[in-house]
Design a protein around this ligand. Sequence first.
Ligand code: ACO
Ligand SMILES: O=CC(=O)O
Ligand code: MG
Length: 727
Amino acid sequence: MQTNTDERVIKHGYKIHRQLFRLVEQEILPGLDIDAAAFWQSFSDILSDFIPENRQLLEKRASLQQQIDGWHRNNPDFDAGAYRAFLTDIGYIVPQGEDFSITTANVDAEVATIAGPQLVVPLMNARYALNAANARWGSLYDALYGTDVIDESDGAERSGGYNARRGEKVIAFAREFLDKTLPLVSGSHKETQSYYIENQRLVAVLANGEHTHLADENRFVGYKGELAKPASVLCQNHGLHIELQFDDQHVIGKTDNAGIKDIILESALSTIQDCEDSIAAVDGEDKTAVYRNWLGLMRGNLSETLEKNGRKLTRTLNADRHYLDARGNELVLPGRSLQFIRNVGHLMTTDAILTADDREVPEGLVDAMITSLISLHDLKGNSAYKNSRHGSIYIVKPKMHGPEEVAFTCRLFSRVEQALGLEENTIKVGIMDEERRTSVNLKECIRAAKHRVAFINTGFLDRTGDEIHTSMLAGPMVRKELMKDEKWISAYEGRNVRIGLAAGLKGKAQIGKGMWAVPDQMADMLKSKIGHPLSGANCAWVPSPAAATLHVMHYHQVNVAGVQEQLLQEKATDDLPDLLTLPLLANPESLTAAEIQAELDNNVQGLLGYVVRWVDQGIGCSKVPDIDDVGRMEDRATLRISSQHICNWLEHNILDEAQVMASLKRMAKVVDEQNAGDAAYTNMAPDFDSSIAFQAACDLIFKGKEQPSGYTEPLLHQSRQAVKAAT
Ligand SMILES: CC(=O)SCCNC(=O)CCNC(=O)[C@H](O)C(C)(C)COP(=O)(O)OP(=O)(O)OC[C@H]1O[C@@H](n2cnc3c(N)ncnc32)[C@H](O)[C@@H]1OP(=O)(O)O
Ligand SMILES: O=CC(=O)O
Ligand SMILES: [Mg+2]
């Protein structure tokens, strides 16, 4: 990209984008008691010290991939034993050391001890970022009413104004939840006429006049209003709060036997503010905008004015929540999720800072320094709202390949801590277990971060992309939808929990599970995502605040600490062979022409639908209809899967270029039609050659094999930069 270096400020040879420079000097540093000159000095030292090693780590990735490609070329008859020996020889599999336990300290309860949903949100979008931070508490009634969890039969449709029949179903569902979560000594919440507090106990009055209590009295923890007629009652189960709100004049409350107007669930315990795969930040200007949003969250003053349902409103961070406890003393609960920030990985570079010879610097180095600097506002109490009550900064580091790269991240964080005057290990690291070399060596990856690891999370979407790319030459892969039934993926998910528990994460850190990537299918999510807590994971990703409010019900049902205790008793098995079982098609000839076409069209439709918004409009995460018209969350990781999958089938002649090109052109028209209502949208068809987005989609497929680890960001960035330069 052409960069006007005149617009830059030179610091110790590095050329800082003026917008970023101003942000740091005028908005971030004030109030931090950090000398600007000292800051730029230590930042430049860090860049100079870490750039060469960052480069070497990337070279090692490329070299290992080359050796793996060569091995597959020379070994068309796959032998699992020889393959494992080869991976060990080349250092892809590293030796495993003695058992150990992590020592991470000063971790907030939302990470260490309470199990619950984790919401991920594109940080570039202030409206969503604020919504996510506030998603700590969510209305169960809204989450049920607004999603397919409540079916539309018997006149319970969602459309139009308030539908009382649907409302009844919501109330019935919620009462069922209360009966399971807060059972009464006798009777049911379905029969309650009122609730009151007496002798520090919650009393429920039933239709038959009986006054009953909670079966477990300790689940009542607080209230608002009067003892005899509370405005709300606060209960707790597995460390998660449930608030029953009363108002018999309210439109819902007046239809309810006990005057309940809503049930509020503590929902997204933690949130990941994402600088990575769900955003499109391709230059210094974009990076500055993203950092400014993080600053607003850490200073507590981020706000966004928006129009919703014909009304203008200003969204800001929610305050903490105040109650009286059972004894009548003040009880204050966090009003916002605990916020992590996801930095980018080691691959990409950014023109936010250029070297003396005008080369972009590694973006991950800039993220580490700037996002930590901003987080200091929280640590120093410069915000009305506390994020970490234990003085920690939580950085999620994605796409690391193996323990060496984790160690590099930890050394970087250590240097950032020194530069900012922070105690060692203040910056916690969330390790995305989403590259094959990390899964294979997970124990050693955790060891490399054992003083600061705050989570290990199975990013199964990137992990699937890496599975395909790493073994690109081994043979054609199974269809995308069938990946979830493959041996490697269940070994991967199981090992993550088992290795995490053996490394002492219980009670100290999160063992996390991946994203629910079908944002509108909440009924299905409710059926299946209980598998995550049941597997021993104490958090799992959700795509939206409503999904957090629904998924939290699983953590009321499952006592994750108990599951983890049980798993710790089980004997470990060697599941590395399963993890290394390649997801190859057993019988490629059995695929019908229709199956091949459907797989191709589906991949192409999702790919184009995502890429066109990314490249033309800078939207990094989209809900894109698949071939069956199901809206799917698409981000860079899902794009990595679809592009690599098509590339793999091309490589093994299941597809040919002409067929792929024909599909791209046909599906481009479909995607154009899907976006017809968007005034900012530019069609790809029929002038395909002049659509940068369409060309990017082609490159992601036809040049997919050469992309580092099959990543999509180099081509996406290049194309978005071209669009920005042209407008
Ligand atoms: C592999 C990986 O790396 S996964 C991690 C990356 N993925 C993500 O971060 C997914 C985050 N989710 C999203 O971006 C969005 O939910 C999408 C793109 C999937 C769907 O977005 P939309 O179609 O706009 O959502 P939808 O119309 O259902 O809801 C919009 C409302 O929900 C809110 N919302 C939706 N997603 C989120 C979210 N993740 N956080 C906070 N609020 C959200 C919006 O603020 C909006 O509410 P508002 O009008 O009051 O502001
Ligand atoms: O980052 C998450 C993933 O699944 O990839
Ligand atoms: Mg990922």
